[in-house]
Design a protein around this ligand. Structure first.
Ligand SMILES: Nc1ncnc2c1ncn2[C@@H]1O[C@H](COP(=O)(O)OP(=O)(O)OP(=O)(O)O)[C@@H](O)[C@H]1O
Ligand SMILES: [Mg+2]
Length: 255
């Protein structure tokens, strides 16, 4: 069945849905990017929680962290993933496969997707998170193979599972790149960029949509906070926030 323009899935955040022109388009792959500690994992868990509370089956793949640590961290926000795990609708996986052996990338990407298929025992699921996809290719020497590896994984996931996927990718601190391999953003149908700015001694979290295929998007940069239960909460546009602080703070903004 052809997907209609209306086939959207909520990110779990009403404001982010609006910024994306109505949420994620079902069956596509999206990217959330930013330096370490900006909230990428929290945003991706919020996306899964939204599906779980709507009776969907969701898969969370951690690539360089222990699932337990992540789920315990989620508890600090009041999010209980264990109950969904017991009900069988939340399937967390730890996968460690590397593209370091460059020439095996074709085989390895298939093995990665097979591992997800085997762990879900062929069950249908609607949402998938790969966190962080950049870790898959850490240590690989040749960027060409890394690109082919990631491209194959994304294509196979879209074809095989038809699932809506959210990948996270880190950016080296201080880098102007949008993603680690400068490829993830081309493969994704949409990119959400999280950041932290220092303004007059305060750290302010920022969020904006960098790209959203087939949608009219709002590319304004907003301020957000991380709140218990609610997770990522988006507030006013960043420019308004700075103006409200007055001119000395505005001058201190690093652009
Ligand atoms: N219970 C909480 N209440 C408020 N803020 C929290 C809470 N738990 C974590 N945070 C904030 O969330 C941030 C970490 O978010 P998250 O783990 O999603 O980042 P990340 O982008 O995935 O980082 P990394 O690249 O290291 O994986 C921390 O900076 C912390 O300040
Ligand atoms: Mg993380």
């Amino acid at each position: 069945m052809a997907l209609t323009a209306d086939a959207r899935l909520s990110t779990g955040n009403p404001m982010l849905d609006r910024m994306l022109g109505g949420g994620f388009i079902k069956g596509r792959t999206y990217l959330v990017t930013g330096e370490t500690g900006v909230g990428k994992t929290i945003l991706s868990l919020q996306f899964l929680l939204n599906g779980l509370t709507s009776k969907e089956t969701c898969v969370y793949v951690t690539i360089d962290e222990r699932v337990e640590g992540v789920l315990r961290g989620a508890e600090s926000l009041g999010w209980n993933f264990w109950a969904f795990m017991e009900s069988g609708r939340f399937i967390p996986l730890e996968l460690r496969l590397y593209a370091a052996e460059a020439r095996k990338y074709g085989k390895e990407s298939r093995a990665f997707v097979d591992a997800i298929f085997n762990a879900t025992r062929g069950r249908r699921f609607s949402r998938l998170v790969l966190d962080p996809v950049s870790a898959l290719a850490q240590g690989a020497k040749d960027e060409f193979y890394v690109r082919e590896y990631l491209r194959e994984i994304i294509t196979m996931i879209e074809e095989r599972f038809g699932v809506t996927t959210l990948m996270t990718t880190d950016i080296p601190t201080g880098s102007k790149r949008m993603s680690r391999f400068m490829l993830e953003e081309f493969l994704a149908s949409g990119v959400i960029v999280l950041g932290v700015r220092q303004i007059g001694g305060r750290l302010v979290r920022t969020i904006f949509v960098r790209k959203m295929r087939w949608s009219s998007m709002d590319s304004t940069m907003y301020v957000f906070t991380i709140e218990p239960e609610r997770g990522i909460v988006i507030h006013e546009p960043f420019d308004d926030y700075v103006k409200a602080l007055g001119s000395p703070a505005a001058q201190a903004v690093e652009r």
